[in-house]
Design a protein around this ligand. Sequence first.
Ligand code: CAO
Length: 426
Amino acid sequence: MTQALKGVRILDFTHVQSGPTCTQLLAWFGADVIKVERPGVGDITRGQLMDVPNADSLYFTMLNHNKRSITLDTKNPKGKEVLTALMKKCDVLVENFGPGVLDRMGFPWETIQKINPKLIVASIKGFGPGPYEDCKVYENVAQCTGGAASTTGFRDGLPLVTGAQIGDSGTGLHLALGIVTALYQRNSTGKGQRVTAAMQDGVLNLARVKLRDQQRLAHGPLKEYSQFGEGIPFGDAVPRAGNDSGGGQPGRILKCKGWETDPNAYIYFITQAPVWEKICDVIGEPTWKTDPNYAKPPARLPRLNEIFGRIEQWTMTKTKFEAMEILNKDDIPCGPILSMKELAEDQSLRATGTVVEVDHPQRGKYLSVGNPIKLSDSPTVVTRSPLLGEHTDEILKQVLEYNDKQLAEVHGSGALEPPRKVAAAE
Ligand code: CAO
């Protein structure tokens, strides 16, 4: 079986997390992803949060599967020449450098268009055009400036960032969609184009329900937020709502058996209106089915603390998995709080390839996420990340068709070595 993006060649100029997420996904769909790295150092994450001495970190390996690595000093004249040649041979260039880096390197959009008018140039930046366009940005900055942090956490606590990397990996996903869309449009126009995804925009896109609530605030209190039932007035901006459900069906995280010692003995419980009567039966409150104070959703909204308190009395008598089993039989939406340990050991996630075991020459076997998007006609086989510069000669010979003389010239030019440090006296 072939793969969806077979034949597409990506010049991968990405580093850290956001850009590599995007190109890894394209590689999983079959694209030939050529990662260009600085000689000697490579992607900075290779050496960050290292757990095994002299081995690429999990940070790097888990973001760079199925890619090839070429080292190239793109500030060296010969390095620029090789980069230009690669641009001619690729369909897409992806980068997430700081603002202005590509221009300073000598490759503004106008130049790239002349080199290869069909090349799609895809970029991640922290912000779109505007007051912050020149700023460098990391994950948590994006979460804070995209509206996620101000709406995450508890009302009486600090704004909170989430463990899900919505700024980096989230924007990488957005960019990947932009790239395949541009590839599709190129089929009819024959032209490349610029694709940009700003991390602030990506986070705001994912936090859209809070922008919805911001506008609802103008028309009255947000009745599904627990603060409404507690009689606490709303301010002029969407407040943090703890674990209240973001949708129209109230939900909360509730304690389960063992919560005193297990930090993850909890379940998310949703009081979905169509199954309200079943919920009443399960928790032992059959009179709530007809009591006007509980029977209909609007009557329940001011009483959510009381209602969830009663449901929690029931969940505390069950483990999170026992509760899940009982509730699922009645189609009551719920979900146990699963720890990373539980997810790593989950055999069904292994079976679907969502969690995979990969072998690496420096570090041995490790776990990684696999492709979360399943295509029935384009299977993903996760292969290990490349060592730094592992494919330099292979790419020069195979992609650029360099002969031995040309290869020797590149090797003699210094373009494949770390730039020489100039001593102060020189
Ligand atoms: N050969 C020679 N030089 C190279 C090179 C190569 N192969 N690859 C990169 N470089 C140089 C660049 O030319 C640039 O040099 P100048 O600053 O002199 O122009 C420098 O390395 C890299 O610059 P940078 O600004 O991208 O890197 P940084 O570590 O200072 O900043 C980051 C990192 C992530 C803050 C910044 O890249 C950024 O804001 N990116 C956009 C937003 C983003 O993706 N953030 C998420 C990162 S994941 O958390």
